[in-house]
Design a protein around this ligand. Structure first.
Ligand code: UD1
Ligand code: CA
Length: 463
C-alpha cells in the first residue's frame, strides 16, 4: 500500500454534451461504466483511500464504484450543485484538507489512463529537481486540442497557467499542449489555494485549473509531466468520443486475440469482444458475434454468426451455431449448441451434450452425452447422462406462484411433446410416450403414456 497517496475521482457532473438522462460516468465503455475503468486503475496504485465526488445520480455512481473497489478504501463526497471542477474538489474539503498525503486527482470521464503513467506522474511529483512539487500536471500534445484546457508555459518552458477553451485568446488556443485533468497535489496547499478560486470566467464555474496558477503566484513549484500517448488522456465528453474509444479498445482486444492467442476472426471489424474475455487457440469467431464480460472460450471452438455469449465458460471444441444466446452458463468440452438456443441462469451442459434449435435451458444441468435437440424448455432441472429429451418437451416448473424442480435420471427417453409437471422425478432408464403429461414420479425403467401418464410396462434395459 502507498500510505502517502490518496486519490480523488471527480464524477459528479451530468455531462451535458452527452445529451443524456444518464450521468456521464455511468455510460458504458467495454461493457463497464466509465467510472469503473478509472476505479480499477486507481485501486492498482494501492492508495490509502479512494474518494469519489458524486452528485448527479450519486447513489448509482457510488454503487458502480463499490462494485469495482474494496469498500474499506472507498469514501464519497457529495457535490450538491455542479459549480465546476474546483468546487467538486472543494466538496471533499472536510475529508481531506488536513491530510499530509499527496492527492492524485482523476477525472471520472478519462477512462483509458494507465497505471504506469500515473505512477510516473506521482514519481515526478515527489522528486521534481530533488524536492516535492506543490502540483504536478499531466499533459499531452494533441494535433487537435479543441475542447481541452491549454497549458501555457513561459519563455523558459515553466508553467504559467491553464486556459480553458471558452476563455482562451486565439494565441492561447493555438497551443497544442493540453491539460489531461489529472494532477498530483500537495493536499494542504491545494485546499488553501482553492479558497482563492473565483468564478469570473466564460462558464461562471469554479475551475480546478486555476489552482496551479494561484500556487505558482505564491512562489510554489509546479511540475509538468508531458506524456507521449494521447489516447490514454482522451476524455469522453460526447457520444462520438465514446464510440471512438470503444472502437479503439475493441480493435486492440481483437488484435491481441489474433496475435497472442491464435484466434481466427472471419471479420474482425464486425465483432464485439470484451477486453476481459479469454479465447483459446484455433477458435473461429464468425462475423456478428458478441462476447461480453468475463467470458472464457476454450481451444478449437466454432462460434457461428449472430451468437451472443455473456459471462459464460465454454470448453474446448464446442460449436455454437447461429444466433444462439448464452448467459451466465457453462458449456462443457465437445458440446453443440443451437442454432437459436438459449442458455441462462447458470445452465450447465456437461461434456459432449447437445442442445439444438429453439431449446431453452434455465438453471438446468444437462448430463454427459445427453441431448435436447428441438423445441424444448428445461428449467430448474437436472438431467443425467445419455438421456434423450424428445422434441417439444417442457418442464412445467411454474405453478403460478412457485418454481419446482425436475430430476431426470440416466439413459432416459422422454418422448416428443412430453409435459413434466414439476416437482417430478424420472428414474433411470424410464421412457415416456409421445404427448405424455407426467404428473407423478416415474420409477426406473418404466414406460409411461397418456395424460395423466400411467406406467404400462417395465422395460428391460441392458446397460
Ligand atoms: C476539464 C478541465 C480541462 C481539461 C479537461 C480534460 C477544468 C475547468 N477543465 O475540462 O482543462 O483539459 O477536463 O478532460 O477543470 N465534475 C464534477 N463537478 C463539477 C464539474 C465537473 O464532479 O461541478 C467532474 C465531471 O463529472 C467530470 C470531470 O469533473 O468527470 C471533468 O469535468 P468536465 O466538465 O468534463 O470538464 P472538461 O470541460 O472536460
Ligand atoms: Ca471532460
Amino acid at each position: 500500500m502507498n500510505t502517502d497517496l490518496n486519490i480523488l475521482i471527480l464524477a459528479a457532473g451530468l455531462g451535458t454534451r452527452m445529451k443524456s438522462n444518464l450521468a456521464k460516468v455511468l455510460h458504458r465503455l467495454d461493457g463497464r461504466p466509465l467510472i469503473s475503468h478509472v476505479c480499477r486503475t486507481a485501486e492498482e496504485l494501492g492508495p490509502k483511500m479512494i474518494y469519489t465526488v458524486v452528485g448527479h445520480q450519486g447513489e448509482d455512481v457510488k454503487a458502480a464504484v463499490l462494485a469495482e473497489i474494496d469498500g474499506p478504501i472507498a469514501d464519497f463526497a457529495w457535490q450538491r450543485q455542479m459549480l465546476g471542477t474546483g468546487d467538486a474538489v472543494n466538496s471533499a474539503r472536510e475529508l481531506l484538507a488536513d491530510s499530509d498525503s499527496t492527492l492524485l486527482v482523476l477525472s471520472g470521464d478519462v477512462p483509458m489512463i494507465k497505471r504506469s503513467t500515473l505512477e510516473a506522474l506521482v514519481r515526478l511529483h515527489n522528486d521534481h529537481h530533488g524536492r516535492r512539487a506543490a502540483c504536478t500536471i499531466l499533459t499531452v500534445k494533441l494535433q487537435d486540442p479543441t475542447g481541452y484546457g491549454r497549458v501555457i508555459r513561459d519563455e523558459l518552458g515553466t508553467f504559467d497557467r491553464i486556459v480553458e477553451q471558452k476563455d482562451g485568446s486565439p494565441d492561447q488556443l493555438a497551443v497544442k499542449e493540453i491539460n489531461s485533468g489529472i494532477y498530483c497535489f500537495d493536499t494542504k496547499k491545494l485546499f488553501t489555494a482553492l479558497k482563492q478560486v473565483g468564478n469570473q470566467n466564460a462558464q461562471g464555474e469554479y475551475y480546478l485549473t486555476d489552482v496551479p496558477r494561484i500556487l505558482c503566484a505564491d512562489g510554489e513549484d509546479i511540475a509538468i509531466y508531458l506524456h507521449d500517448d494521447a489516447a490514454e488522456i482522451e476524455g469522453v465528453n460526447d457520444r462520438r468520443q465514446l464510440s471512438a474509444m470503444e472502437r479503439t479498445i475493441r480493435t486492440r482486444t481483437v488484435e491481441r486475440l489474433m496475435l497472442e492467442s491464435g484466434v481466427t476472426f472471419t471479420d474482425p471489424n464486425a465483432v464485439y469482444v470484451s477486453s476481459r474475455a479469454v479465447i483459446g487457440r484455433d477458435t473461429v469467431i464468425y462475423q456478428n458475434v458478441t462476447v461480453e464480460g468475463k467470458t472464457v472460450i476454450g481451444d478449437g471452438c466454432t462460434i457461428r454468426p449472430g451468437v451472443r455469449i455473456v459471462d459464460s465458460v465454454i470448453g474446448d471444441g464446442v460449436e455454437v451455431k447461429d444466433n444462439s444466446f448464452i448467459t451466465d452458463s457453462q458449456v462443457g468440452e465437445g458440446c453443440t449448441v443451437g442454432p437459436m438456443a438459449h442458455l441462462r441462469g447458470h445452465a450447465v451442459m456437461e461434456r459432449g451434450s447437445k442442445v439444438g434449435n429453439f431449446v431453452e435451458l434455465k438453471k438446468t444441468r444437462l448430463g454427459r452425452g445427453s441431448k435436447a435437440s428441438h423445441l424444448t424448455y428445461l428449467g430448474d432441472a437436472t438431467i443425467g447422462e445419455k438421456t434423450n429429451i424428445g422434441a417439444g418437451t417442457i418442464t412445467c416448473n411454474y405453478d403460478g406462484k412457485n418454481k419446482h424442480e425436475t430430476h431426470i435420471g440416466d439413459g432416459v427417453k422422454i418422448g416428443s411433446d412430453t409435459m413434466l409437471v414439476a416437482p417430478i422425478t424420472v428414474g433411470d432408464g424410464a421412457v415416456t410416450g409421445a404427448g405424455s403429461v407426467v404428473t407423478k414420479d416415474i420409477e426406473p425403467n418404466k414406460l409411461v403414456v397418456g395424460a395423466p401418464a400411467k406406467a404400462i410396462k417395465t422395460l428391460i434395459n441392458d446397460k
